[in-house]
Design a protein around this ligand. Structure first.
Ligand SMILES: [Zn+2]
Length: 338
């Protein structure tokens, strides 16, 4: 594994204090900038028996071997239980409560026995990596809080989150917060070029400057998105029934984030009312967005954003995609005065 160029200064700071690293870290920042990779690199490095001078894990010691085969005895990765790999008695409960994509209390409780063991290497740390931390539900978060309050010696927690505001404030306050760096446009473009991706200027902007986000979005059809943006530019004159097929064509998991990004830029224009308004995702459509922003009811726009957040969270099990998209687009036309 490599450290992304934009993370090097942070990596240096973290590995220099190796021994004195706080027992709970919260790596926070936008999606797609490599937070999880850094957390894994750091875990492997702290567990490695012979890290190199730059703090990188050696990749050849026994500890690195276990880590790379995902069976290191002093390491646990907590991620949401997917329907497919839930335990036998869980799927029904998950379906009933609609609680998939959460880190369950059982997963956190299992840590108790992990914490009770002594580490495989008497002097080494034991590490729990939680990703994404906002997937903790209220009960699992409370169970974790108790562990954060009185961690055994050598125990370390690394929480990774792009929505830290959704974490319990008491969990946040127990962690040393680290703002994860976003690469500059130039640094991100240079890195993408090295991955063999060229002409990615616009796509990088649409990915909010997050190069790994761009890689994840590699199957997005930008021609179709452009069609959607043209529709959205019509504001109150948009015909929801004509726009719905475009959204269904790109798919719910692309359409809803696209609407979120559009609403984000529209809000930025609406509350800044100036030439300097920052248009993060659609700089080329700034004039259209500013025109729309003049006629927007900000309160209704905020309602619309909340609806989009809900739709995004429910995107994994939509009941009637077409109907849902139609409603969202109809609501969009209603946020304008004229
Ligand atoms: Zn090693």
């Amino acid at each position: 594994m490599n450290i992304y160029p934009w993370q090097l200064p942070l990596w240096k700071r973290l590995t220099e204090v190796r021994q004195g690293i706080p027992h709970a870290l919260l790596l926070q920042g936008r999606s797609g900038i490599g937070k999880l990779d850094l957390a894994k690199n750091l875990s492997q490095s702290l567990l490695c028996q012979t890290p190199d001078a730059s703090g990188m894990a050696c990749g050849v010691c026994a500890s690195c071997g276990w880590f790379m085969q995902s069976n290191h005895p002093d390491y646990r990765l907590l991620t949401p239980v997917e329907e497919g790999d839930a335990t036998e008695d869980e799927p029904a409960a998950i379906k009933k409560s609609g609680k998939k994509n959460q880190i369950s209390i059982d997963q956190v409780r299992e840590l108790a026995s992990f914490m009770g063991l002594s580490s495989h290497h008497s002097s080494g740390p034991r590490i729990v990596l939680i990703h994404p931390a906002e997937a903790l539900n209220p009960s699992s978060a409370n169970a974790l809080l108790k562990m954060l309050e009185e961690p055994p010696v050598g125990m370390m927690f690394i929480l990774v989150s792009h929505q830290p505001q959704r974490l319990l404030p008491t969990i946040r306050s127990r962690c040393q917060k680290i703002e994860m760096p976003v690469p500059t446009h130039e640094v991100a473009m240079a890195w993408l070029n090295r991955q063999g991706i060229i002409d990615a200027d616009e796509r990088l902007t649409y990915a909010g400057g997050a190069p790994l986000g761009l890689l994840q979005d590699s199957d997005i059809n930008y021609t179709q998105l452009t069609e959607l943006w043209q529709m959205l530019s019509k504001g109150i004159r948009l015909d929801p029934y004509a726009a719905t097929p475009i959204c269904t064509k790109v798919g719910m998991e692309v359409a809803v984030p696209a609407l979120q990004k559009w609403a984000y830029d529209l809000l930025a224009c609406a509350i800044q009312f100036s030439e300097r308004a920052e248009v993060r995702y659609h700089p080329k459509l700034k004039v259209a967005l500013q025109g729309l922003a003049k006629d927007v009811n900000v309160r209704l726009l905020l309602d619309f954003q909340r609806k989009l957040d809900e739709a995004r969270r429910a995107a994994n099990h939509p009941l009637n995609i077409e109907l849902q998209l139609e409603c969202l687009l109809l609501q969009y036309t209603q946020i304008f005065f004229r």
